[in-house]
Ligand binder design. Structure first.
Ligand code: ADP
Length: 479
């Protein structure tokens, strides 16, 4: 390998401030060409238990720091992430596949949560509430929940960890994360930088292991873990939520989405196309907030589609380091799954306007499909690939019915200029997040999260600390 990773390429779990070695290893590959990037020591039940114990031991010391002290650690971590943005971005592109510019963007996005929560740490205010009886005061005090365990996916190997860990650590919790086995290197690099930032041993632990189910059982079953936070599919989220029920853990679930992207006849079409491109093709369509269903008002459908096709044709596909807009999907299997959704939808009457030509491998061509209907896989499943699925509607009422016709409720987007319509549509959308004339909506200041089967809990924003804090009500009497 010719790259210089500046000491950030780590090949074993980070537990209680120590790097774990093991004879048993698993391989991490470059997703564009299959080359071996690293052989990572494979951690399992024993290492997971050790990490939980370490986090449990470290909790008192960490929670008893002042908020200012925790804030300073997080600031240092943030600064180190940004100082190493290029290296972290390269590592991320290699193990995950996304274009380098996007990977560097993810590092800044992830680091942004550290900066944000470094500030929020100081604002975990309580309340004084007027008492019902004389001689009493009602006090509300917030405190960290304890050890937080997390399982994170491969599509944002840095940011999905950063936004959980930053909130947890700033609240005073300690943290154990098990990243996806396809992309552990970004997580391990974060651990190296946490160590360089001086974050005490046991406060931030990373378990790199192939067997997700066995590690998951330990994390969800441990009585030492107070809170479990997951980002991934709804199917696995249900299993893990059920597992957490045995110990009544607090749970945050950031699960799948099926985002509608609506364009009304009063929309600025050029802006809508720009938003559509950003929302659909980021990470080759592999994000839970990617536009999944393009719902176009019939009168502007042709004009919007023509403009969009021009943009999609210009997308370059290739290795993420080669100045492209679209990298490989996470695996050939993922690309095959996307292709099956296209083929099945076409068999049901959808029309391929561009792309759709796939003959194996991890790269899937940017594709545009029209005449999609609610019974088709491209409409009722999360596509997770670079495929635009177009469906037309005639009026607002039909648009709303189509948009909400899903068990998911994460992100949604619409383009319209009429102020009454903007308000009506936003009110009617059953989604945790709504982009109005915007295609990219995630940032640390905003509450990220879903409703319905997209989960619960909010990450980022002034609400983000709540998921990691208990409130204690004190009735102070005898005054
Ligand atoms: P994705 O489609 O993003 O891979 P998954 O829900 O399958 O969604 O994966 C999200 C994360 O959950 C990954 O880190 C994966 O390894 C992990 N995971 C998958 N199955 C289980 C399981 N049974 N228990 C715990 N974690 C799991």
């Amino acid at each position: 390998m010719t790259h210089d990773f500046q000491g950030l390429l780590k090949q074993g779990s980070y537990i209680n401030g120590q790097w774990h070695q093991s004879a048993r290893q698993f391989v991490v590959t470059d997703k564009a060409n299959g080359e071996v990037l690293a052989r990572v020591a494979d951690a399992g039940v024993g290492e997971t238990e050790a990490a939980i114990d370490a986090a449990y031991q470290a909790f008192d010391g960490w929670r008893n720091l002042t908020a200012n002290q925790r804030s300073q650690y997080l600031q240092r971590w943030y600064q180190l992430m940004m100082a190493h943005q290029d290296t972290l971005g390269l590592l991320l592109t290699l193990e995950q596949g996304k274009p380098l510019a996007e990977a560097k963007g993810e590092i800044a996005y992830g680091a942004g949560f550290m900066q944000w929560f470094a500030e929020e740490a100081k604002r975990a205010y309580g309340d004084i509430i007027p008492a019902a009886a004389s001689g009493q005061q009602i006090q509300v005090v917030k405190s960290p929940v304890g050890v937080v365990a997390a399982i994170t996916p491969w599509n944002f190997p840095n940011a999905m960890i950063a936004r959980k860990a930053a909130a947890a650590l700033s609240a005073g919790c300690t943290f154990v994360v098990r990243p996806a086995a396809q992309t552990p290197l970004s997580a391990l690099a974060m651990a190296e930088l946490a160590e360089q930032a001086g974050i005490p041993a046991g406060v931030f632990n990373v378990i790199a292991g192939e067997d997700a189910a066995e590690i998951g059982k330990v994390l969800t079953g441990s009585t030492k873990v107070a809170k479990f936070s997951f980002t991934g599919s709804t199917r696995i989220g249900k299993i893990l939520t059920a597992a957490c029920a045995t110990t009544i853990k607090r749970v945050s679930m950031e699960l799948g989405g099926n985002a509608p992207f609506l364009v009304f006849d009063d929309a600025d079409l050029d802006a809508a196309v720009k938003g559509a491109m950003a929302s659909k093709f980021r990470n080759a369509g592999q994000t839970c907030v990617c536009a999944n269903r393009f719902l176009l008002q019939a009168s502007i459908a042709q004009a919007f589609t023509d403009k969009l096709l021009n943009e999609v044709k210009a997308l370059k596909v290739g290795h993420g380091t080669d100045n492209v807009q679209i990298g490989p999907l996470i695996s050939a299997k993922a690309a095959e799954d996307v292709h099956q959704k296209v083929i099945q939808s076409v068999a049901m009457g959808a029309k391929v306007l561009l792309g759709g030509d796939y003959d194996g491998g991890a790269f899937y061509p940017p594709t545009v499909v029209s005449a999609v209907t609610p019974d088709m896989p491209l409409f009722n499943q999360e596509i997770f690939g670079p495929v635009v699925a177009i469906c037309e509607f005639s009026d607002e009422q039909q648009a709303m019915a189509l948009a909400n016709q899903t068990e998911y409720g994460l992100a949604s987007y619409f383009y319209a200029r009429d102020i009454g319509r903007v308000q009506r549509v936003a009110d009617a959308l059953q989604f945790g997040m709504v982009g109005i004339n915007e295609g990219i909506i995630s940032n640390p200041a905003a509450p990220f999260g879903g409703v319905k089967q997209s989960g619960y809990g909010r990450e980022g924003s002034m609400y983000g600390l709540d998921d990691y804090m208990n409130i204690q009500y004190r009735c102070l009497g005898g005054l």
